[in-house]
Design a binder for this molecule. Sequence first.
Ligand code: HEC
Ligand code: HEC
Length: 262
Amino acid sequence: MHPGAAALLRLLPLVGLVACHGVPAPPTAPPTPPTTAPDHRRSGYDFMSPATQALQRDDSANPGMLWVQGGQQRFEADCKTCHTPDSLRGVAPRYPAFDTVLGKPVTLAGRINLCRQRHVQQAPWPWDSEALLELEAFVALQSRGLPLLPVTDPRLHIALLQGQRLWQQPLGQLQLSCAQCHDQQAGRRLAGSTIPQAHATGYPLYRLEWQALGPLQRRLRGCMNGVRAEAFAHGADEWVALELWLRQRAAGLPWEAPAVRP
Ligand code: HEC
Ligand code: HEC
């Protein structure tokens, strides 16, 4: 048996216990982030070893900065006629955001690709392409330290509720939901990793396991594969909905891209 699967099966009885309490029904009003003290939310950073934390903190050692540098060069070539890095401060922590032309929310990478099509008049980059990742990393860096913003635009509420439902829905052959691992089992060990609370505060980020910088969707695909669920197609609206819900859950936590994770 795959070692990951064995570890998951060991976790299942625990999950069974908490599952008895039932999954709360989706609220009729848009969910708001918890406001009552104390705040028990923790970035994945807090669950890492001191050595990995040090790698994230030191820009001269953080491998994610290589992608940022690539993004800076692309930015100077293609974007600086219309944007300055300063003008993009505060943008990443309020994405996904609504695009009026498409009539639906787009992720930060999606927005950059729209600029490429609409304003640079070039074909969009493929999802997961290095060019898109580098530019996203450069734009994301500008917001370091700012709090993630709650979702307040009413045009986003349907997608936000869809994201919350996906979060609570049992997935794949193992029939585990994101919430069962990340809300109910966070802090426990699974196949050699600590289950984090899954606050997406540092994407795109450098994962030691990938030996590369990767976008949030790559991380989420990994979690879906872990429960033997078929991941959504590239660019599917479900990803945008899940990202919106993750932003809402993490609202107020500091933005830390490019983060480092095990
Ligand atoms: C079986 C348990 C399990 C399930 C179910 C699961 N995950 Fe995860 N997830 C993990 C583990 C373990 C990690 C950390 C892996 C590591 O560090 O090697 C992780 C990491 C993450 C992270 C990265 C957090 C950070 O600090 O960067 C996010 C975001 C995330 N998961 C979201 C999700 C979403 C969304 C779902 C549902 C589609 C989901 N997960 C389902 C176990 C799970
Ligand atoms: C010719 C001008 C122009 C160029 C070149 C351009 N953009 Fe834009 N950008 C805009 C405009 C205008 C908007 C506002 C939304 C819209 O109209 O699409 C925007 C919006 C954005 C946003 C969202 C800002 C927000 O507040 O939500 C980001 C991020 C962005 N651009 C990144 C880029 C990147 C990266 C490039 C280079 C690949 C680029 N843009 C090239 C004009 C441009």
